[in-house]
Write a protein that binds this ligand. Structure first.
Ligand code: PGA
Length: 254
């Protein structure tokens, strides 16, 4: 199994000035020698500041979204070329907030995944069911659909650069994380499906869990060999809690 990956999704929080001060505090608590890959996904406007602050570390930079086009008359859009130029190596795509509030569907997300990969950006593709879908027994079928369409026409080689984040929508920002058993079950399902559909081994793919991960539940989530890290929202905004989650991932992997 690969090293765990902990990614912080800052959402629409922190100015560039606040990002610099966050980083100063965080780097005091961060252990470069930990066996964990760390990714930070600040707003676009803080990418430059973080890139400058991270160059002495192995922490990677991600954008929270990118356009499905390289350039064009698309007011307000940011292309994968632009985020690459600012030092990003990862990009979060298909987050449930993009699906819910900005109408992003699987076909558009698929286009974004392909374009990102063509620029050697590593997509973190988010999938997850709504509460009503879970309650009506549709979790697996919803996720299967999101994966089949979101990763349509992906080669086995390309799949090795894709990270999946399982984020049940009911767990995001609610303080009510999935249990280890619930997450493990879905991760196992995703792993098997990816092996069967794209012919890659489970070990070559990282499946992160996201949704109310915090320093209190991280230890127990990382006991599951199916959970290869986390996509952290709220708790990544605080240097101390983000550092604690990274430490949990390290201790679970050694
Ligand atoms: P949360 O967000 O940790 O605040 O629930 C996770 C996410 O949206 O990626």
């Amino acid at each position: 199994m690969q090293r765990p990956l902990i990614a912080g999704n800052w959402k629409m929080y922190k100015t560039a000035t606040e990002a610099r001060s966050f980083l100063q505090d965080f780097l005091q608590l961060y252990h470069e020698e930990y066996a964990v890959d760390v990714v930070m996904a600040p707003p676009f406007t803080a990418l430059h500041a973080l890139h400058n602050g991270l160059h002495t570390t192995s922490i990677a930079l991600a954008a929270q979204n990118a356009s499905s086009e390289n350039e064009g008359a698309l007011t307000g859009e940011i292309s994968p070329l632009m985020i690459k130029d600012l030092g990003c190596t990862y990009v979060i795509l298909g987050h449930s907030e993009r699906r819910q509030h900005f109408g992003e569907g699987n076909a558009l997300i698929n286009k974004k995944v392909h374009l990102a990969l063509s620029h050697q950006l590593r997509p973190i593709l988010c999938v997850g069911e709504l509460l009503t879908e879970r309650e009506t027994g549709q979790t697996n079928s919803v996720i299967e659909h999101q994966l089949l369409e979101g990763l349509h026409e992906m080669t086995a080689e390309q799949m090795k650069s894709v990270t999946i984040a399982y984020e049940p929508v009911w767990a995001i920002g609610t303080g009510k994380a999935a249990t280890v058993d619930q997450a493990t079950e879905v991760h196992a399902y995703i792993g098997t499906m990816i092996e069967k559909t794209w012919g890659v081994t489970r070990e070559s793919i990282r499946i992160l869990y996201g949704g109310s991960v915090n320093p209190e539940n991280a230890d127990s989530l990382f006991t599951s060999p199916q959970i290869n890290g986390a996509l952290v929202g709220k708790a990544c905004l605080n240097p101390d809690s983000f550092a604690k989650i990274i430490a949990s991932a390290h201790h679970s992997s050694v």
